[in-house]
Design a protein around this ligand. Sequence first.
Ligand SMILES: NC(=O)c1ccc[n+]([C@@H]2O[C@H](COP(=O)([O-])OP(=O)(O)OC[C@H]3O[C@@H](n4cnc5c(N)ncnc54)[C@H](O)[C@@H]3O)[C@@H](O)[C@H]2O)c1
Length: 275
Amino acid sequence: MVDNDVVSVRGKVIVVTGAFGLIGTEVCRAYLRNQAKVVVAGHNAGIVSGIAKGLEAEFDCENFLVCDLDVTSHSSIDRCLGMVVSRFGRVDVLVNNAAIDAKFDREGIGRNDSSRFEDYPIELVRKSLEVNLIGAVQMTQAVCKQMLRQDGGNIINVASSYSLVSPNQQLYDMGDGKVNYKPVDYVVSKSFMPNFTRYLATLYARDNIRCNAIAPHGVYAGHGEMFLENFSRLSPIGRMCEKNELDGPFLFLASEASSYMTGSVLVVDGGWTAW
Ligand SMILES: NC(=O)c1ccc[n+]([C@@H]2O[C@H](COP(=O)([O-])OP(=O)(O)OC[C@H]3O[C@@H](n4cnc5c(N)ncnc54)[C@H](O)[C@@H]3O)[C@@H](O)[C@H]2O)c1
């Protein structure tokens, strides 16, 4: 039996990057429901006050701070962390969630560059590396300085099944004769996450800073029929992940229930990488 107080994030100051997106929104709300102090750090200054209003309707505004954060910009990182420290005094948990990720739901599928690998624009690769890799590294550098000044901390890196295995491109075949690929920029820019996680875990283990990763796969967001059909055929569990099925893993890694875990990758993929 699990003691509920062990899987607790009550009072912890948790900074979530990319917090206005699909998973970020879900995870922030899960932490808020569980009485954490949450920094909802998303990259869109224009919707900050709207997001704050939406959260105020449901949660005590003492418990959250909504801010604009561009992880590729030092000044944006410094401004955001300055606000966090003056408001909450510390950072207990950083969730490195921000990323550029080509989407294959009904809305996103038409926006992706469908070039084959040989012709895939190198500019897009650079852009993804800038956000997904360099952005995560420089955000973590800034937060580690704060964690070293306090009595430690906890970092959760959001990796992907594609940090571990190659995409099976059959998933993206919509049967309409058009070519769809999960692009190389996402795969190369997320592949570093497991080893970055181990790097930080071992470097800071004696400074009371833990670091683990979560590797989700295929979170449902209004995907089309053909995609769902492909997914259920290729996935051991036979369906996509509902976003609230990530709440437990994110709560677990942020809580003391995972106190002896560092350097791990928690795979939440319905068995996708298991065969
Ligand atoms: N959705 C999935 O099925 C899935 C599966 C595996 C892994 N992931 C990972 O989960 C994380 C969240 O993905 P999501 O599905 O919520 O994607 P999303 O696109 O909905 O959210 C990502 C957010 O990152 C933000 N972002 C982009 N550039 C930024 C920058 N320079 N600075 C700060 N923020 C920036 C975007 O504004 C966006 O809101 C990503 O790291 C992704 O790789 C998602």
